[in-house]
Design a protein around this ligand. Structure first.
Ligand code: 13P
Ligand code: SF4
Length: 309
């Protein structure tokens, strides 16, 4: 059954000139039919190079919005319109503009997990894999890093010569992990290497063997000679790694590391969206942005690619 649907999706992709982009947190059956998979940074860089007329994003809303900004001439769809990122909604442009008005020499660095409207008032965007490099490369000493204070604290530690201001925001999924859970996982698996995402709290990242983006974690696990790993990011990554490297053992750091927004998209959503594209039946959820919105919000994404490349 799953294979039948996958075959139909593959046929529809060809017929309708659709390129499927999937974030690594997506389910295995979606990853298998995607043309491009990866973390937020890879998806944004690759979205700009897509040749197909249609892009279908399997991930969350800000990722589809980013793809639209980087490929404005394409039709960009989100496989399930309910897939948002709670962190992206935590701060708005008005709130950040008020801080900028008080401190005009402070550059605003925003995590890519933000809305296009908020990006309009920011100077540069970052992803978890590029944040430290971009902040180091910036020609500014005073920085406001939003919205994730955990990723911000991670960047602050790596860039001690910068004056980095943080606000209270973050990923509700990663921030849920406690130091006690980490200690318990280490007790259960004393030989395992601990790999965590910097969206986790400092008390977790500081006690891990490695903290890095989704791709960073996957690359570390691939290259390491170790046989056991505790994975401190969305549970799908431990599953994907376990399929890819059956001779190694991957344990989830916490069973609560589940992002319901990333999990909401199903293979059937992908199939139904592919079916609907080009039919004008209104069932496919297309990202609509004006040229003005794109032009304003894209400035900080272009800056991310320039400073992070
Ligand atoms: P990365 O893809 O940058 O690792 O970020 C993880 C995440 O939470 C995506 O929303
Ligand atoms: Fe947003 Fe966190 Fe889910 Fe990523 S894992 S989409 S940051 S809520």
């Amino acid at each position: 059954m799953i294979n039948d649907i996958q075959r139909k999706i593959i046929r529809l992709k060809e017929e309708k000139d659709i390129c499927i982009l999937a974030h690594s947190y997506q389910a295995k059956e979606i990853i298998e039919i995607a043309d491009i998979t990866g973390d937020s940074y890879k998806l944004s860089v690759e979205a700009a190079k897509v040749k197909s007329r249609n892009i279908l994003m399997c991930g969350v809303h800000f990722m589809a919005e980013t793809a639209k900004m980087l490929s404005p001439q394409k039709h960009v769809f989100l496989a399930n319109p309910l897939a948002g990122c709670p962190m992206a909604e935590q701060m708005d442009a008005q709130m950040i503009s008020a801080i900028k008005a008080k401190e005009p020499d402070r550059k605003v660095v925003c995590y890519i997990n933000t809305t296009a409207a908020l990006k309009e008032v920011c100077d540069v965007c970052v992803t978890s894999s590029s944040a430290v490099k971009i902040v180091k490369n910036m020609d500014a000493e005073k920085i406001l890093f939003i919205p994730d204070c955990n990723l911000g604290a991670f960047v602050k530690k790596a860039c001690p010569d910068k004056d980095i201001m943080l606000l209270q925001g973050g990923c509700p999924t990663h921030a849920r992990v406690t130091k006690q859970e980490l200690e318990e996982a280490k007790r259960l698996h004393p030989n395992a290497v601990v790999l965590v995402h910097p969206e986790c709290r400092p008390e977790v990242t500081e006690n891990a063997d490695y903290a890095g983006s989704t791709s960073g974690i996957m690359e570390y696990a691939a290259k390491s000679d170790a046989k056991e790993f505790i994975i401190g990011t969305e549970i799908s990554i431990a599953e994907h790694l376990q399929y890819r490297y059956p001779d190694k053992d991957f344990y989830v750091l916490s069973k609560d590391l589940i992002c319901s927004n990333m999990k909401i998209t199903t293979l059937m959503d992908v199939y139904k969206t592919c079916e609907s594209i080009g039919n004008s039946d209104g069932k496919a959820f297309e990202i609509e942005m004006t040229d003005e919105q794109i032009a304003k919000a894209k400035v900080c994404i272009d800056e991310m690619i320039r400073l992070g490349g």
